[in-house]
Design a protein. Structure first.
Lengths: 266, 524
């Protein structure tokens, strides 16, 4: 995600961008990865820092090509003068010249980097509607999910493939809470669920086919227009599934059910 | 299954390639980057791109904390409490010392003489102050709490030695249920607190009582969002070593929050942050439960620092289920007032949160997010909210994927269905009736949370269309007639995502390649 955002701004192939995370000796103060925050906050910080870098590169290019910055075009890793396509300077040349310490082009400070701390001051609010079709076996109480649809609006999608993965994974965990998982203590405080025989984690074969779709209402509080997506399924799937099971049991006048809605409970 | 998954992937229609806000931002700036105007198609943003790190993961080339080579490393094993609540009356590790490979053992009392308790950051204001050490000091408060740290030259030696440590306990009455924990005569976990309440929040918005009196339907629900375990593939793990020449402590940890971990270790050990380097190798799942400051993570760092030797620890699955922070565990009581047409008039919500033995969040408990998000995507003119976070003799409870928001969503969506059922409305209709509309934005919820943007009715309409909701209801009726138990479930939800701030450095090197450094990191 970070490489995509920076590659977009600097118009560079992803192979030329290396992302370094998880090392406090290399990375200035940061917070971390949780709360569906990485793209909205880390992605935005990277976007703004990359923009700073591009601004400086542009300043250097305008000096070298002796034109005003607004007469320059930047595309695919190269600046050219508008109307004179043969007057160009490449991103590599700019980068090299940015580290000329004596008499730097345009009098810029040496180096070509940007540091940004991005703080929107509040959280973004993604939204979604999930629907499920289930069947309950009247003999065993077993719940089978016949269909699961997730329609989410998490603002702009930076990478639809990763958005898809986040929905799949979080819906799977949400189904786990709805139907299978639960830590149980005895009355006197002893943990009764001590291993995966006693604590039922969803297996791959129990995850239904998950259909997804996205609407994109941009967030106005970050420059990418993005919102969180990583926790959509754990938020939506438990009530979606339990509501579906209760709907299935309505002809039997069942009005209440707790999670996990295991066959025994159903 | 694989074929089905593939079908879903290929049938997914990616959005049209769109120009990103990048273009707009370029237009606003004053320089050549204005040429963004001409970028009608984005290079990467909005397009499906495979992650560069996927190959490493899929080919088994990822390097997790347990894979870090650390020659001569010692191994940590823990003696953990078998009791939910007890005094430690006697400790004798002399039998453990006879196990070949044994190096040393430390009790909580040993550590407390030398270490500071866990820091209490300003973000946790309002939470009853607790003095938590990396091991239980004199008293255990949950099954699985660490009692003695045993260090040996191999993992098996450390485990064998830990099994030889003799600990005598005097059992104390335990309290497991958060409601019972609030009773005046309940066993108390922290003797310096007046009761077992760690945090409370009360909020009144509008006039709930008047709304309840004027309502056609009053729905009461008692729900339980049960306790769960974040079953990541890679269990918690840490390794640490000390560079004696430079006085530098390097820690490899499977964590979501390396800087928070560094600050915590620095504070507990009383050494400067610049002496500590936290490295997060590949992480095999985290789901919220690898954030903050874990006792075991502090122990590994503290023992490496104290012994001036490399040391490592990777939990077993059984340890993980007992001692990794659990999630959720929130009994909920809601009373709601509806008009005949399904309009929600008031919410009266009482939330309990079983925090376990300690508040393990570096901030206020995650249940605060349930409170903040308690009106969800709906118009709620009147609200009364009470939240009680309670300590009990159970494993500490903190963030798990969603961290408070799934609990509010579960309450609201169960309530909407119960309301629809009572009023004879379709579940879809009652949601349409109450959803915020585009003209409501920007919106501020009764709990004070600002909502940035949204078009909720459009998403609902799209979901109903894709599901062929009307057709599905017809099919359900047909199958019900044939005796089959078919159900349709719906949930509309919103979240409060992206807390705080984050940083990034973008550094172009002289050859034009670029390094991006950021405080976020992939979790697997």
């Amino acid at each position: 995600m970070l490489a995509l955002v920076v590659g977009e701004v600097l118009q560079l192939p992803l192979e030329r961008i290396r992302v370094v995370t998880g090392d406090t000796a290399a990375i200035q103060q940061g917070i971390g990865t949780f709360g569906s925050r990485s793209t909205a906050l880390g992605g935005s910080a990277a976007y703004l820092a990359a923009r700073d870098v591009l601004e400086k590169a542009c300043h250097i290019a305008s000096h070298l090509l002796e034109v005003a910055p607004e007469d320059l075009e930047y595309r695919d890793g190269g600046f050219s003068v508008r109307g004179s396509p043969d007057r160009t300077i490449s991103w590599q040349q700019i980068a090299r010249l940015a580290y000329v310490i004596e008499d730097p082009p345009g009098g810029v400070a040496p180096g070509l980097e940007g540091t940004r701390f991005f703080n929107p001051g509040r959280r973004n609010v993604p939204f979604g509607v999930h629907l499920a079709l289930v069947e309950v076996d009247p003999e065993t109480g077993l719940v089978t999910i016949l269909r699961y649809l997730a329609v989410d609006d998490s603002g702009r999608l930076v990478n639809p493939l990763l958005a898809e993965g986040q929905i799949h994974g979080s819906v799977a965990q949400g189904i786990g809470q709805a139907l299978y998982e639960g830590i149980v203590y005895s009355q006197n405080g002893h943990l009764l669920t001590q291993n995966f025989l006693e604590y039922a984690v969803l297996r791959a074969a129990q995850v239904p086919s998950i259909e997804t779709a996205h609407l994109e209402t941009p967030s106005p509080i970050n420059p990418l227009g993005v919102k969180g997506i990583g926790e959509a399924g754990t938020t939506a799937a438990p009530p979606t599934i339990v509501n579906a099971v209760l709907d299935a049991l309505r002809p039997l006048s069942v009005h209440h059910l707790d999670m996990p809605s295991t066959p025994e409970r159903v | 299954m694989a074929a089905a998954a593939l079908a879903v992937l290929t049938s997914f229609s990616y959005p049209e390639r769109h120009s990103f806000p990048f273009v707009r931002a370029c237009r606003e700036s004053s320089s050549a980057i204005r040429e963004g105007d001409n970028i009608s198609e984005s290079r990467y943003l909005g397009r499906p791109v495979h992650r560069l790190e996927d190959e490493r993961y899929l080919r088994g080339r990822a390097i997790f904390t347990d894979d870090i080579a650390l020659p001569g490393a010692l191994y940590l094993a823990l003696v953990r409490s078998p009791y939910p609540h007890a005094e430690i009356t006697n400790l004798d590790w002399s039998p453990a010392a006879r196990v070949p490979g044994f190096v040393t053992a430390l009790s909580g009392r040993d550590l407390a003489d030398w270490l500071e308790p866990f820091p209490v950051p300003p973000q946790s204001a309002g939470v009853s102050p607790q003095r938590r050490y990396p091991l239980a000091v004199d008293r255990v408060r949950f099954v699985g709490e660490g009692v003695v740290a045993v260090v040996a030259t191999s993992r098996s030696a450390a485990e064998d030695a830990a099994a030889e440590v003799l600990v005598e306990y005097r059992e104390l009455p335990a309290v497991i249920d958060p409601e019972a924990a609030l009773a005046p005569d309940a066993p108390r976990l922290h003797p310096d607190w007046p009761d077992n309440e760690a945090f409370r929040w009360d909020l009144i918005f509008g006039d709930v009582d008047t709304a309840l009196r004027s309502a056609v339907a009053i729905i009461e629900l008692r729900l339980v969002n049960q306790r769960v375990y974040a079953a990541f593939l890679e269990p918690r793990a840490e390794a640490a070593t000390v560079d004696r020449a430079h006085g530098q402590l390097t820690v490899w940890a499977s964590t979501q929050t390396p800087h928070t971990l560094r600050a915590g270790i620095a504070s507990v050990l009383g050494i400067p942050e610049h002496s500590i380097r936290i490295v997060t190798p590949d992480v095999g799942g985290a789901f919220g439960a690898k954030g903050g400051l874990y006792p075991e993570y502090v122990q590994v760092a503290a023992l490496a620092w104290r012994l001036q030797r490399p040391i490592r620890w990777t939990e077993s699955r059984a340890e993980s289920i007992r001692a990794t922070n659990h999630g959720r565990d929130q009994p909920q009581f809601v009373r709601a007032a509806f008009r005949r047409d399904g309009t929600l008039l008031a919410l009266d919500v009482h939330l309990l949160r079983n925090l376990g033995a300690w508040n393990a969040s570096p901030t206020r408990p995650t249940a605060v997010l349930t409170g903040l998000a308690i009106t969800g995507p709906y118009r709620v003119p009147n609200l009364r909210l009470s939240l009680r976070c309670v300590v009990t003799n159970t494993t500490p409870q903190a963030a798990y994927r969603g961290a408070g928001r799934p609990e509010s969503s579960y309450l609201l969506e169960r309530l909407m269905d119960a309301g629809a059922n009572r009023l004879g409305l379709d579940p879809m209709v009652i949601r349409q009736r109450n959803l915020l509309h585009p003209e409501d934005f920007p919106h501020r919820s009764p709990t004070g949370a600002p909502y940035d943007s949204g078009n909720y009715p459009a998403v609902l309409a799209e979901a109903l269309r894709r599901f062929d909701y009307a057709g599905a209801r017809r099919e359900q009726a047909r199958l019900r007639f044939a005796g089959r138990l078919i159900g349709i479930g719906i949930a509309a939800f919103c979240e409060l995502s992206g807390p705080g701030w984050e940083s990034a450095i973008v550094r172009a090197h002289p050859d034009g390649t670029v390094t991006v450094l950021s405080g976020i990191a992939p979790s697997g």
